[in-house]
Write a protein that binds this ligand. Structure first.
Ligand code: PLP
Length: 389
């Protein structure tokens, strides 16, 4: 039995989406920019997909720009905005310490190019304090970028409130909604955002396709230059099969949004409750209520998360750690550290992220496996500590 509980990393492609993508690969090879029938067929396919994406966001199709994924959408939003804002002497960027690297590293690279940056902290629940943003905003602030939900802990930020503060000071607002689109209702108007990133492979579409929603009237410097594709905002022949996959995945997510969110929240709570009840010295990281329905992040005291991940993998269960392994050294997760968790607790954290295929039987199986695995690892750690002491 193989159980996949790592849907925040990537999701399996929905079979109906895979079919649609394959049909386009085989039968609709035209270039959407070509004037002939083959091109127009491809263009109409891309237009339909754009409408499907826009419908899920409550936005207008013309405001959706297809990209290669979440990373490119974040880069286009931040670099594209920064480029034009610099000309208006707004060279200050604000983001948070818990963003995905696609945002954090982009902001840091602009810092190296001369932009002033502020990285906001979060509280122990992983939430940004609007007061902290209010204080950080200045006359030269051009853009504020705050993720909708965090990929490691699932915590949802008060985006509309933060966006309103940014707007009061004349700054643009971007949100990385890669971990919310398709999981909870995401409505660009109620979020009051100017820019919103999403990624296909997080919502059962293939990898290599994503989108940036750009509010009407907001201008960005294109980061890929060339032809006039995507209304001059992103050059390059469109990934037609990818667009179809993303469009259909959005339509299918919209149709089952409420029921699937409830189903996943029930399963997640069953998993979380089961672990807390059956495995001693465990604690949930992050805000327990305001979070996406599929995610829980749990620290197992006295257990190295990497060892637990490997042990679970050997038993057929795929999860992820709250820690990232960079250049051979185990770095505690920047998200958990930003929340003020001790390095020890951050290094003991496992992320479980559920998705479409998961069942109650799978959850019960995982809850049943964990006590013995954790006990064994704790005994090994304890023995190791005694030997090395
Ligand atoms: N932003 C967040 C919050 C993510 O979780 C991810 C992927 O893990 C990305 C951006 C990057 O998306 P992609 O893999 O499509 O480039």
């Amino acid at each position: 039995m193989r159980i996949y509980l790592d849907h925040n990393a990537t999701t399996p492609v929905d079979p109906a989406v895979a079919d649609a993508v394959c049909r386009v690969v085989t039968h609709a090879f035209g270039n959407p920019s070509s004037a002939h029938a083959f091109g127009q067929q491809a263009k109409s396919i891309v237009d339909t997909a754009r409408s499907q994406v826009a419908a899920l966001l409550g936005g207008r199709p013309t405001d959706v720009v297809f990209t290669s994924g979440g990373t490119e959408s974040d880069n286009l939003a931040i670099r594209g905005a920064a480029e034009l804002l610099a000309a208006r002497d707004r060279r200050h960027l604000i983001t948070t310490g818990i963003e995905h690297e696609a945002v954090l590293h982009t902001v840091r690279s602009l810092e190296r190019l001369g932009w002033r940056t502020t990285i906001l902290g979060v509280d122990e629940r992983g939430i940004v304090d609007p007061e902290a943003l209010r204080e950080a905003l200045a006359d030269d602030t051009g853009l504020v970028s705050v993720m909708h939900a965090n990929n490691e802990i699932g915590t949802i930020q008060p985006i509309a409130e933060l966006a309103a503060l940014a707007h009061q000071r004349g700054a643009l607002f971007h949100t990385d909604a890669v971990q919310t689109v398709g999981k909870i209702p995401v409505d660009v108007a109620s979020l009051e955002t100017d820019l919103l990133s999403l990624s296909g492979h997080k919502l059962n579409a293939p990898k290599g396709i994503g989108a940036l929603w750009i509010k009407r009237g907001v201008r960005l410097g294109p980061q890929l230059t060339g032809g006039r594709h995507e209304r001059g905002r992103r050059a390059g022949t469109e990934n037609v099969p990818g667009c179809v996959g993303l469009g259909l995945a959005c339509e299918r997510a919209a149709a089952k949004l409420a029921t699937e969110a409830t189903r996943l929240a029930d399963l997640r709570d069953r998993l979380e409750g089961g672990i807390l009840a059956r495995v001693s010295r465990t604690a949930v990281n992050g805000e327990p209520t305001t979070r996406v329905p599929n995610t829980t992040n749990i620290s197992f005291d006295g257990v190295e998360a990497e060892s637990l991940l490997i042990a679970l993998d050997l038993d057929g269960v795929a999860v992820s750690t709250g820690s990232a392994c960079s250049s051979g050294t185990l770095e505690p997760s920047h998200v958990l550290r930003a929340m003020g968790l001790s390095p020890h607790r951050a290094q003991n954290a496992i992320r479980f992220s559920l998705g479409a295929g998961n069942t109650a039987e799978e959850i019960d199986h995982v809850v049943g496996l964990l006590p013995a695995i954790v006990e064994k690892l704790r005994a090994l750690t304890h023995a190791g500590t005694r030997t090395s002491a």
